[in-house]
Design a protein around this ligand. Structure first.
Ligand SMILES: [Zn+2]
Length: 324
């Protein structure tokens, strides 16, 4: 097998982590010694060991003197797991072939430098384009600090989204619907307007096997989401956020009464939490929401984005079922 073929195998392995490793990138690794593959691994889930460590653990022979093929530059910092460069150096691997450098400017090239300084031969740029494309979402976010947003809608052959009578269920086929569910599993969040909730009463979950549900974000300026909607009824099991501009206590009540077990959170707190833990969960209005946060905190002014009423409020809640 050629270097490109080993890297392609590593790419395929990496892809198995789709929808499971975010906000980390998907990474795959293959260890080769004397022309034989002795270990394979990929980053399986967020917080778990990185691809390099999984490949080393998978080795059927000593990795001493072997070559490691890895789709992304090995990390050299302490995150949820110790640096992969440490594990590579400790293993006695003599050569590392990297698909693409870490896109994070302070980290880019650092892992490779450390390996080279320790006498390991490091080659980079093998199938670089493919390696970047695999982690398009990760690269985009790291380099722009802006969420990667995909707009999805169903369209008829003549460019319409519904029939003359407004009927839109279903104008696509089975294959398209399967793609929708696959995509839901790959992205961190799914956002719809309240109009969609009122018209379709959607569930917005991912019905593909082995992947997690995206966080559901409902843009609901006047807090009209029905308590008996599928979204509300499943909020205990599927992470859900509502962005609303309503401070009407009566409207909040169904979600804040004792039976509803609701936590209405101050927006500034909830944004802080979400942005820290799940930086990409806040969809394209992030900067607008941040602006509205400031204005409401500083001067109690109207949100410039969502409506002419009071400031935007983020809330999370559990459905009445959750306390039953
Ligand atoms: Zn690592």
């Amino acid at each position: 097998m050629t270097e490109t073929e080993y890297m392609r195998m590593a790419l395929e392995l990496a892809g198995k982590g789709a929808g499971l490793v975010s906000p980390n990138p998907m990474v795959g690794a293959v260890i080769v010694k004397d022309g034989e593959i002795i270990g394979k691994g990929y980053h399986k889930q967020y917080g778990g060991p990185h691809a390099e460590r999984n490949a080393l653990a998978d080795c059927t022979a000593s990795p001493e003197g072997a070559t490691l093929y890895v789709t992304l530059e090995p990390c050299c910092h302490h995150g949820k797991t110790p640096p992969c460069t440490d594990a590579i150096l400790a293993s006695g691997i003599r050569r590392v072939v990297v698909g693409i450098r870490d896109p994070n400017p302070p980290m880019a090239g650092k892992g490779i430098e450390i390996l080279r300084a320790a006498g390991v031969e490091a080659v980079e740029g093998v199938l670089e384009d493919e390696c970047r494309r695999l982690n398009e979402v990760f690269f985009y976010y790291i380099q722009t600090r802006t969420p990667y947003v995909v707009m999805k809608y169903a369209m008829t052959m003549d460019g319409m989204t519904a029939t003359r009578t407004g009927q839109s269920k279903w104008i696509t086929g089975e294959a398209a619907r399967q793609n929708v569910h696959r995509d839901r599993g790959r992205y961190s969040a799914i956002m719809v307007g309240i109009g969609t909730v009122l018209a379709d009463d959607p569930l917005l979950t991912c019905r593909a096997e082995g992947v997690r549900n995206p966080v559901r974000i409902i843009c609901d300026t006047r807090l009209r989401v029905p308590v008996n909607s599928q979204i509300a009824q499943t909020a205990a099991v599927v992470p859900t956020m509502i962005a609303t501009a309503s401070s009407d206590i009566e409207k909040h009540k169904p979600f804040s009464s004792a039976t509803a077990s609701t936590a209405i959170c101050r927006r500034i707190w909830i944004i802080f939490i979400w942005m820290t833990i799940f930086p990409r969960f806040i969809a394209p209005r992030t900067s607008a929401f941040r602006r509205s946060t400031k204005s409401s905190v500083g001067s109690r002014k109207t949100s410039p984005v969502t409506s002419s009423s009071s400031a935007t409020v983020f809330m999370t809640w559990r459905s009445p079922k959750s306390t039953a």
